[in-house]
Design a protein around this ligand. Structure first.
Ligand SMILES: [Zn+2]
Length: 668
């Protein structure tokens, strides 16, 4: 029996005892003894600075149990992957609030004020989560030899998220793999002269993936598919060749675990809609259509084998196809959940923020790495039930510890903040920085824990250590006495919520125990968590937060230092791209029609070409770019030495900048 069901069992038992919904309770919810402050280690400045001591073995063991209960609950099936605006997402917010409420006895108060309700205090900061697509109209029918056939949405086909709100009726044509130009010169669109077959005014059937072997594997890539298989560029090039609609099909015989799966209106969402209907149909339904529509009666497999060798357009002239698509937007509301441990004295109006996002992918509505995982619950034990648990454990500890300090000892207020909608683009943290509880300039330091549950051989990454004057030196005693291997990184940018605070000049610390194969997969489960490691990392965050709240010196923000941790932001898929560009994207949100340049990294192609911070990249050669995700297929297709025409918006002016790409360190 796995730990997950064990936790569920224990939770069920609890209901009987005390009547508080089990899913809100946690074993050992009792305050732990505050460790005595240790003498300042050697590297500490000579001042009479006291550095909070690391937790004792006994405390760490107790914390491990708390982590097990918190993560076991938040990552359980009941919480359904905690997608914003869903039942599971709401349950997670209730869970966090319940635990903040338990700290009222130490003076912890709700962080927010309800709008227009006479200033009633609340733990909730509601905001609109990014829109979800809703298929309002899905039509697919065809006529062959006067016989009409309608296909069933959800069974035979689905409209895709970047389909236009429009209809089309046109003859059918097969466009093979829809690849403009591959490395070895392969193209799906050979020049067949004026009167050759074309997609002009047709509805195009386009095969997914790329030319393959008899065994159904790529002819070009050693494993998986090469960058030429990117789906979006295929749709773009068919539309640019005059297609009135595009039908994507999984090619028969392909070796891929997405076979048999239909993408849908939410699986490909981030691109600006095309002006034509774009659908995906099942291989079986496509086989029936092609066989009937091809004047030579060839099967889809026959045509696949044809274009495995050489690209070609095949007009399936017996069929006239009608497609219709209309996409609506659903904008669920979600909440940041926050509580404040009020400060004292001249520092009380300054804030230390302890933050972690509590949302995750739900059943795969955003941020999915393997589309075949869609539909399953993404448990998110490490991402980020671990960080949220650390936040709850530290809130209880700091509240209890501070209640024992001399009542007049000056200290900053501590804001405990659980963000929602991080996975869809740091939306909760960005919303908070635009709607803070006090002027953002009074937020002195933000500590973000995102994925602290999988500490292994790799050192713990601590990002942002150079985002305030003298901060790196100030942090060293904590790192050295933590018993952890730590890789300190200077910069404050990165793919998590601290980046929203760094972007508004708040010094940050990002704690991250590292990537792992279960990242953004349903298999990110509690049984893989390193609970001792999580307890140690949380203790490190707590010690730093405690002393940051007490330290008399100000925090003076320093910009620079590049990305904070994880991957360098312009290389989304490790080892996939061969070139480097040299920017750290700024804003991740889908609302921004382009890629915002958050930072230009020195001595890179972008810097040499003169790109500037806050430029908005809108085109890569003649390809419209509306976000990081669409940029990637083009980026991955680029080669060292390529000169790319990058169109940016700078102060509302459009500029075209030639950027000569360079090889990524050691890339193939
Ligand atoms: Zn995360």
């Amino acid at each position: 029996m796995s730990t997950r069901s064990l936790v569920r069992l224990s939770a069920a038992a609890l209901i009987l005892v005390c009547g508080v919904p089990a899913s809100l309770l946690i074993a050992g919810d009792t305050p732990s003894p505050a460790p005595a402050p240790a003498p300042a280690p050697a590297s500490a400045p000579a001042s009479n600075r006291v550095v909070a001591a690391p937790a004792t073995e006994e405390v760490l063991a107790a914390d491990e149990a708390k982590f097990k209960a918190h993560i076991g609950t938040l990552a359980s099936n009941e919480y359904e992957g905690r997608y914003p605006g869903t039942k599971g997402g709401k349950m997670a917010a209730d869970y966090v609030q319940y635990h903040f409420e338990q700290l009222a006895k130490y003076g912890v108060v709700p962080a927010f004020t309800e709008e227009g309700d006479g200033g009633k205090k609340t733990y909730r900061q509601p905001f609109q989560a990014p829109a979800k697509n809703v298929a309002e109209k899905q039509e697919f029918s065809y006529t062959i030899d006067g016989a009409a056939k309608s296909l069933v949405a959800g069974t035979d086909f689905n409209i895709l998220g970047f389909a236009g709100n429009t209809d089309a009726t046109a003859p059918l044509a097969f466009a093979g793999y829809g690849i403009t130009m591959a490395d070895d010169g392969y193209t799906s669109y050979p020049d067949t002269g004026e009167n050759g077959p074309s997609l002009e005014g047709k509805i195009a059937i386009v095969l997914r993936f790329e030319p393959m072997t008899e065994e159904g594997t790529s002819r070009w890539a050693k494993e998986g598919w090469s960058f030429a298989a990117g789906l979006e560029p295929k749709v773009g090039s068919a539309v640019r060749r005059g297609a009135k609609g595009v039908i994507i099909v999984n090619p028969p015989g392909a070796k891929d675990d997405r076979m048999g799966k239909l993408e849908d209106v939410n699986s490909l969402t981030s691109r600006e809609p095309y002006e034509v209907p774009v659908v995906m149909m099942t291989t079986e339904a496509a086989e029936a259509l092609v066989k009937a529509a091809d004047p030579q009666g060839r099967s889809l497999l026959d045509l696949r084998k044809l274009v495995d060798k050489e690209g070609a357009i095949v007009e399936l002239s017996k069929a006239t196809v009608t497609l219709g698509s209309k996409i609506g937007k659903l904008r669920p509301m979600t909440d940041n959940v926050g509580a404040v441990l009020p400060g004292v004295g001249e520092l009380k109006d300054r804030y230390i923020v302890l933050g972690a996002h509590y949302d995750h992918l739900g059943t795969g509505l955003v941020g999915v790495r393997f589309p075949s995982d869609r539909g399953q619950i993404f448990h998110g034990a490490d991402d980020n039930a671990s960080g949220t648990s650390g936040l709850l454990i530290n809130a209880a500890k700091l509240a209890e510890e501070f209640s024992k300090l001399p009542p007049d000892q000056p200290r900053r207020s501590v804001l405990f903040l659980a963000f929602s909608a991080e996975e869809s683009g740091l939306n909760g943290s960005r919303y908070y920085t635009q709607h803070p509880i006090a002027p953002i300039g009074q937020h002195d330091y933000m500590i973000n824990t995102d994925m602290i549950g999988r500490l292994a051989d790799k050192p713990l990454e601590a990002g942002g250590v150079a985002t305030a004057e003298g901060l790196s030196d100030w942090l060293n005693p904590y790192f050295e006495s933590s018993g952890l291997k730590i890789a300190a990184k200077p910069g404050g940018m990165g793919p998590s919520d601290h980046a929203s605070f760094y972007a508004v000049s708040v010094p940050v610390l990002f704690l991250f125990s590292g990537m792992h194969p279960e990242y953004h997969r349903p298999t990110d489960t509690p049984d893989l968590i390193n609970y001792r490691g999580a307890a140690q990392i949380a203790d490190l965050a707590k010690r730093i937060a405690r002393d940051a709240a007490l330290r008399p010196e100000p925090f003076t923000f320093v910009a620079g230092g590049g990305a904070s941790a994880a991957t360098n932001n312009d290389q989304p898929a490790p080892g996939r791209s061969r070139v480097r560009f040299g920017i750290a994207p700024g804003d991740y949100s889908g609302d921004e029609k382009g890629v915002l340049v958050g930072e230009v990294l020195p001595d890179t192609p972008a810097a040499k070409a003169g790109l500037k911070k806050n430029d908005l990249i809108i085109k890569w050669n003649d390809n419209r770019i509306v976000g990081v995700e669409e940029w990637m297929p083009y980026f991955n297709a680029a080669k060292p030495g390529d000169v790319v025409k990058v169109t940016v918006l700078r102060e509302k002016q459009e500029m075209v900048i030639d950027v000569t790409l360079e090889a990524r360190g050691g890339a193939r």
